[in-house]
Ligand binder design. Structure first.
Ligand code: ADP
Ligand code: MG
Length: 683
């Protein structure tokens, strides 16, 4: 039954010629089922309203009586038809343009319904549509669906065609959702929902219909993902890591702090995956400063304890060096060796590292993405961790697979993407979220100031320095010109050097040699410099807990997520931290970003606003990001439904009966139909 509507060709509908069928086909509609699922993208409101509720300039539909003979004016090839009508005892003027033929139908005393723009002052309606109740008004009082159309297919034509399809075949529309889910969420039946979407009687019914169909759309989407996982995921045989809890506890005991509950929880999720004979594919998301590194360290520890090697891949050399340093500190006392591999190393050093890696003398390798792309051979690679995933364009999993390796993969990001979006975008990844920051952290206080306040900003830097704290000063960003960014940094460094002679001011930018960068960063991390002037090379990952002041010059040049990342370089210790955004109130868009920054330092809220400001397409960079397009659902507003649908789909696909019971046949048919249409499922 369910597929029969999809195999019934559109010409089977009364009044659809083969010529029109072809044009419908061009709109992606080839079957009666397809036509029925061609939903309107909005509605034209012809509901009759009281004049008193309508504001000036709004579109209204009113019912009245023709009060006098109309008058017709012609000018050029055009015409204007004017007629007085009474509505609710009020006399108003209706005006039609270029509808002279209506003149003889406008007889005094006859009832009429007119829709159009209301001009309150002149009590005037510019009529877009009119109907006579004595002829059976059909639009009036309704919401009329508006469909996407093209070619010679007009709104009127497609409305009629869909209407016919519903009348002729509506009774055959099958339910697709399992009965238990329909009743669990109090959804209206599918047939009714589809009918109402095309012919909404009132807005409440329209909403119920939409709720049902949005749920269905998101549920089917999730079902596709989950079913794909259930059938493919498990075939990806991975490494079994036997994990000894005492070992883990012992390692955690060597850390200078105790883990937060949130850290413990995500570590459990990760270790659970690592024990399984399947390839782990998990995303760890947590706001800047939430403490992701130590989670990665525990996972790396577990792989080494199980006799394998671990790799930690990061987007910048500065970050690679920092991680190598801090992991070294944690692991070397335990006899676990940590190496560093970056693009700017000497050949000799590189050869040494690669040799000890291949021989298994090196347990953990930290580096930029060259790490897994080039001729790097591990003796036994057990785990790859990618930090700041959003900075990598490539999908490292497919690279690894091409190299014939199947290590567990842990991906970390602080973008941070609202969890539900992460689920959609990363498709078949499992997601862990660090929800809390380490205890005792104070919210970062953020200020937005104008350039004229530079003197006070300098005073602030001095004050922090006197208290023993340090400052990052970020230079303006010149889009696509690293050279100008560098020049800006050099100029600003010079300026601060002169204005703050008593302080030591460092300089960091992308054109410095690796050794210079390391030295500058090292001096700042050790507290030897008070202020670090830098380009965005320190945007991600850099961790200097004693730094408490982040100043961003020309902050309106930066995107919202980027600003939040930069701000995340402070507030990493127990001291009160501050972020100062220097930006003039110019562009409107810039204002929204500054406002969002001063309103909140919650990364999830920031990314929600960023998404709102930029829209999903740009937010995720490219169209290739795999953001699915939905017909009715809107990811910004339908988050909660997506979460629910995901849970339901996961629960269902985990049952045996889903794959065999008769009652799930419509869903299995759906999956089969989809599999036929999609060449390659999500990677
Ligand atoms: P991010 O999630 O941004 O990568 P990091 O892992 O760099 O954050 O951690 C930020 C800072 O917080 C580091 O200095 C780290 O040592 C510290 N930290 C991490 N976890 C804890 C904890 N449980 N208690 C106290 N400090 C912690
Ligand atoms: Mg980090």
């Amino acid at each position: 039954m369910s597929s029969s509507l999809f195999t019934t060709p559109i010409v089977k509908l009364q009044g659809v010629s083969s010529k029109k069928a072809e044009e419908l086909h061009a709109l992606g509609i080839s079957s009666v089922g397809g036509l029925i699922e061609h939903y309107p993208f909005r509605y034209e409101d012809y509901r009759i309203r009281e004049l008193s509720e309508v504001k000036d300039g709004e579109k209204i539909t009113v019912q009245g009586t023709i009060a006098a003979m109309p008058s017709l004016q012609r000018y050029g090839g055009k015409s204007r038809l004017i007629c007085r009508i009474t509505v609710d005892g009020m006399l108003l003027t209706a005006v039609w343009f270029n509808r002279a033929f209506l003149q003889e139908q406008l007889t005094p005393g006859r009832d009429i319904i007119v829709s159009g723009k209301w001009e309150q002052r002149r009590r005037h309606i510019t009529v877009a549509d009119s109907e006579f109740p004595d002829r059976g008004a059909s639009k009036s009082g309704t919401l009329q669906p508006v469909y996407s159309i093209g070619g010679t297919i007009t709104q009127a034509y497609i409305r009629k065609a869909i209407d016919k399809a519903l009348t002729q075949f509506g009774a055959l529309i099958p339910e697709i959702l399992p009965a238990e889910i329909v009743s669990k969420h109090g959804l209206i039946p599918r047939r009714e929902a589809i009918m109402r979407i095309h012919r909404p009687e009132n807005s409440h019914e329209g909403q119920e219909a939409r709720r049902r169909m949005v749920y269905e759309e998101l549920f089917l989407f999730q079902l596709k993902l989950q079913a794909y996982r259930a059938t493919h995921h498990k075939q990806q045989v991975g490494i079994v890591h036997p994990v000894n809890n005492d070992d883990i506890r012992g390692f955690v005991g060597t850390l200078p702090f105790s883990l937060t509950d949130s850290q413990k929880q995500v570590i459990n999720e990760i270790l659970h995956d690592m024990k399984q004979p399947f390839m782990m594919n998990r995303l760890l998301q947590g706001d800047v400063g939430a403490g992701k590194t130590v989670v990665a360290a525990v996972a790396l520890f577990a792989t080494v304890k199980a006799g394998h090697q671990g790799a930690l891949m990061v987007p910048t050399e500065i970050l690679a060096e920092q991680h190598a340093r801090s992991l070294g500190k944690m692991f070397e006392p335990l006899g676990i060796t940590v190496g560093l591999l970056t693009g700017s190393m000497t050949d000799r050093k590189r050869r040494d590292i690669l040799a000890s890696l291949q021989m298994g003398l090196l347990d953990i390798l930290v580096g930029t993405h060259a790490l897994i792309q080039e001729d790097v051979y591990f003796r036994s690679l057990g785990l790859v961790v990618t930090d700041e995933q959003h900075r990598f364009g490539v999908n490292q999993r497919s690279i690894l697979r091409r190299k014939g390796m199947s290590p567990d993969v842990l991906t970390m990001t602080a973008t941070p993407i609202p969890r539900t979006l992460a689920i959609t975008v990363f498709g078949d990844m499992d997601v862990s979220t660090l929800r809390e920051r380490p205890r005792g952290r104070l919210p970062i206080r953020t200020f937005w100031v104008k350039h004229e306040m530079m003197d006070r900003v300098l005073g602030f830097i001095r004050k922090e320095a006197e208290a023993g704290r340090q400052t990052f000063f970020i230079c303006p960003l010149i889009e696509e010109s690293e050279k100008l960014d560098v020049q800006n940094a050099i100029d600003l460094h010079m300026q601060l050097h002169q204005s703050l002679p008593e302080l030591s001011v460092g300089l960091l930018h992308g054109r410095m040699s690796a050794a210079e960068k390391e030295q500058t960063m090292g001096a700042f991390a050790a507290g030897a410099t008070n202020v670090l002037v830098s380009t965005t090379v320190i945007e991600v990952g850099v961790d200097v807990p004693n730094a408490t002041l982040m100043i961003i010059m020309d902050a309106d040049r930066f995107g919202l997520s980027q600003l939040h990342q930069l701000r995340g370089r402070v507030g990493r210790g127990a001291h009160q931290s501050y972020c100062i955004l220097i930006a003039d109130p110019k562009s409107e868009n810039g204002q929204e970003r500054m406002k969002a920054m001063t309103d909140t330092d919650d990364g999830f809220e920031i990314s929600r606003r960023d998404l709102e400001l930029r829209g999903p397409g740009e937010f995720f960079g490219t169209k290739q990001s795999g953001m699915p397009e939905f017909r009715l659902a809107n990811l910004l507003n339908d988050f909660a439904v997506l979460e629910q649908a995901r849970e339901d789909a996961a629960e269902l696909t985990a049952t045996e009966s889903f794959w065999s019971a008769q009652s799930y046949q419509p869903l299995r048919d759906y999956l089969q139909r989809e599999a036929g249409e999609q060449s390659e499922p999500l990677d």
